[in-house]
Design a protein around this ligand. Structure first.
Ligand code: BGC
Length: 553
């Protein structure tokens, strides 16, 4: 039986946060679950509808929690299961939802499953992992962490075989050919969903199965397993969602929606880097091109659109020309690069240029899909490229100009990471408290934009998109439509002022009303409509039937 669940995720604004980095409620220098709970009012007022929490399970933390050593408990520094229950209850009481990261492809080599598996070749856990005498198997699979790994196989000296790992060698892949593993992962999901969790951001979904002669990515068996998981969730926990992290080319990424019977959502990896390419080239084409490739998708599915997240800005799935543009424009210092990508936050990527930051947010909030904000980007937080791995974009949230950016009362030396103190992004200036007091701050601007996005949630979240034809390649323009609602969106991607003539015969007689201020523009007539645009500026214009009272003059 098909259960028709509410499509809440199609209209939602998501907010991603690492528990460790958000707020430290007990003064030990590490953010915790209670800290997140204490900041729910902030998140609610900002406009976040659903929080995505990075992995908070027990872990040796060699990959920031993406190396899980017990799926049924919480990392002690982060708190307890009771703290988590309380967080869920308080979020729900505000009408907010919470999804959690779930690392399904692999676990930590410290997990008892792996420890048992390496105790002897006869161990009943042995077949929970993928073993080989020969490290040349599955040679079609690429290496993902190219800066640190030279093979997807690692030697296990005790039992003298290689084990398979797609990420760090301390993260052995689970063997999804084993029905016990498939069932156990569903049990893990049941455990958290029963507690009231609203869904999962499933980590690294393309890699669950291995087959000789393939890339070992996006295999039919992987899709079949997620369909099985989806059936379980619809039956036992209706209304909960699955969000796929599948960093893939457009057609492979789209395949994770299945026939509305697999993932509800998938991250829009194809779009994300092309927004930055479009800005670098001052050309709308990269965005138009990719959006045309990734739509339409089934009605009950949605893209999760994002600008930045906790990882490097990945450039694996772009052309070599696009990669070159990205590196030369956005990663001039070698420390800014990691694996095949760029480890920087949004504000530094865009040289802290306010107009560019506003422009990309306006894209994020008006392109088809549900926006996912990364903690700290709403205040324009900076990064620290001198911290290892991806730690430079996971520094303490900047709440105030007080000690430790108001993140923690611990001694500064005790913090899990130094806060940002570089002059342009110093927490003394870039912080929630100061920005709350300044009407023109980035934070107040983002908050305002999210409230406008909510007013137009359906047309922006669910509406169709039609790109408008014109001659100016610097300008991206499209119409979003849903029912009777129409929103005309125009973006000047160039660093210079420009103008635009748009022929809008099908909207003749309608009046553009600027969505943020309510300012009214002259009615659309039969002649081309003329716009002048500041560098990196945009318009969101609702197209409305003029009423007697709003006639010009
Ligand atoms: C996560 C990374 C993590 C990797 C291995 C990803 O795709 O987003 O942060 O290192 O999976 O679990």
């Amino acid at each position: 039986m098909h259960v028709d669940v509410p499509l809440w995720y199609r209209d939602a604004i998501f907010y991603e946060l690492p528990v460790k980095s958000f707020y430290d409620s007990n003064g030990d220098g590490i953010g915790d679950i209670n800290g997140v709970r204490l900041k729910l009012d902030y998140l609610h007022a900002l406009g976040a509808d659903c929080l995505w929490l990075l992995p908070f399970y027990n872990s040796p933390m060699k990959d920031d929690g993406y190396d899980i050593s017990d799926y049924y408990s919480i990392q002690p520094e982060y708190g307890t299961l009771d703290d988590f229950r309380l967080l869920l209850a308080e979020a729900h009481s505000r009408g907010m939802k919470i999804i959690a990261d779930l690392v399904m492809n692999h676990c930590s080599d410290q997990h008892s499953w792996f420890r048992e598996a390496v105790s002897s070749r006869e161990s009943p856990r042995r077949q929970w992992f993928v073993w080989s005498d020969d490290a040349s198997r599955y040679s079609g699979a690429r290496i993902i962490f190219t800066d640190t790994e030279i093979s997807n196989w690692a030697w296990e000296p005790r039992t003298k075989q290689y084990y398979w790992h797609r990420f760090y060698s301390h993260q052995p892949d689970l063997n999804y050919d084993n029905p016990e593993v498939r069932e156990e992962m569903k049990n893990v999901m049941r455990f958290w969903l029963r507690m009231g969790l609203d869904g999962f951001r499933c980590d690294a979904v393309p890699y669950l199965f291995e087959r000789e002669g393939t890339t070992c990515e996006n295999l039919p068996e992987t899709h079949a397993y997620f369909k099985e998981v989806r059936r379980m969730m619809e039956k036992e926990f209706p209304g909960t969602i699955l969000l796929a992290e599948a960093n893939q080319w457009p057609s492979d990424a789209k395949a994770y929606f299945g026939d509305q019977d697999e993932f509800h959502m998938a991250f829009n990896f194809p779009l994300m880097p092309r927004i930055f390419v479009a800005l670098a080239k001052e050309d709308a084409y990269p965005i138009v091109n990719i959006v045309k490739e990734i739509i339409p998708i089934p009605e009950k599915c949605d893209w999760a659109i994002f600008l930045r997240n906790h990882d490097e800005l990945t450039l694996e799935m772009v052309t070599s020309e696009e990669r070159d543009i990205m590196y030369s424009e956005y990663a001039r210092h070698p420390k800014m690069r990691l694996n095949i990508g760029i480890r920087r936050r949004l504000a530094p990527l865009l040289d802290n240029d306010r107009a560019s930051l506003e422009l990309v947010h306006a894209l994020l909030l008006s392109l088809p899909g549900s926006p996912v904000l990364y903690y700290g980007d709403e205040i324009g937080m900076g990064d620290n490229i001198y911290l290892g791995d991806r730690n430079g974009v996971r520094t303490p949230m900047q709440w105030s100009y007080d000690r430790n950016a108001g993140f923690s009362s611990a001694d500064t030396e005790q913090l899990f990471s130094p806060p940002i103190t570089s002059p342009n992004y110093h927490y003394g200036n870039v912080n929630v408290d100061s920005e709350n007091r300044l009407p023109t701050s980035m934070l107040n601007w983002v908050r305002k934009m999210l409230s406008v996005r909510k007013r137009y949630a359906q047309v922006m979240g669910r509406g169709s998109i039609k790109f408008l034809e014109h001659r100016n390649r610097h300008v991206l323009s499209y119409i979003r439509s849903y029912g009777e609602d129409r929103m005309l969106c125009i973006f000047n991607l160039s660093r210079k002022p420009t103008y635009l003539e748009l022929s809008l015969p099908e909207f003749s007689g309608l009046r553009p009303v600027e969505a943020i201020s309510g300012a009214q523009f002259p009615r659309i007539g039969d002649l081309p409509y003329f716009f002048t645009l500041h560098p990196r500026s945009f318009f969101w214009l609702g197209l409305t039937e003029p009423t007697g009272s709003d006639e010009e003059g």
